[in-house]
Design a protein. Structure first.
Length: 212
């Protein structure tokens, strides 16, 4: 609604149009072309003034007389007219008329314009799906058959005195081979398969159960 200190021209851009994002005109778009033909319970700001025989809108301050094509507002000697079918506001002042066509672009404006004609809102696009897309299964990480060395363990005991298993344990634990070689070099007595320390981890052949 225009305040006493402003006019329609206060809401125009440099080209003489109401800016698309300006909510000033949204309430005008809610005005029906003929209020006598709509359900006023859906328009709580509009009431019929029986004394003046006209419809009045509290949101814009405008009134509509039956048979007229426009809503009007008389203010300080100036007249503002709104033509619902053309979506056009015309402000008449002593300096001459200033006219602008309202372009419905804001969400509120569209809803008001449709509601003024008791028209349904257009269907809304469904919200984006929040269900995550199917993701490929995580690769299976093979688990190793490990054994924690106990006090007094040696490779042959752990392998159940099976030479084939002993050889596989050496292959799976290169550090053990290197340490045994170093031990043989230091002692001069050859390989010593009994050098194991409690708490060390041995990788065992898949499916083999330690005998230690």
């Amino acid at each position: 609604m225009l305040e006493a200190t402003e006019s329609l021209t206060d809401h125009l851009d440099g080209k003489g149009n109401v800016s698309d994002a300006n909510p000033f005109y949204d309430s005008y778009l809610a005005l029906p072309p003929e209020p006598a033909d709509v359900d006023l319970s859906k328009h709580p700001t509009i009431r019929f003034n029986a004394e003046k025989n006209r419809y009045e809108d509290s949101a814009t301050g405008m009134f509509h007389e039956k048979g007229k094509l426009d809503w009007r507002l008389d203010q300080n000697g100036n007249i503002t007219s709104y033509f619902p079918e053309e979506r056009k506001l015309t402000f008449y002042s002593l300096a001459g008329p200033h006219t602008t066509t309202i372009h419905i672009s804001s969400a509120a404006g569209w809803k008001n314009w449709l509601a003024a004609r008791d028209l349904p809102l257009p269907p809304q696009a469904p919200p984006p799906s929040t269900v995550p897309p199917d993701l490929p299964a995580a690769p299976t990480v093979p688990t190793q058959n490990v054994y924690t060395v106990k006090p007094d363990d040696n490779v042959w005991d752990v392998a159940g005195n099976d030479p084939g298993v002993v050889a596989k344990i050496y292959d799976l634990n290169p550090w053990l081979n290197e340490r045994l070689e170093a031990s043989a070099t230091d002692s001069g007595h050859g390989r010593n398969p009994n050098i194991l320390n409690a708490g060390e981890i041995l990788i065992l052949p898949e499916g083999f159960k330690a005998h230690g």
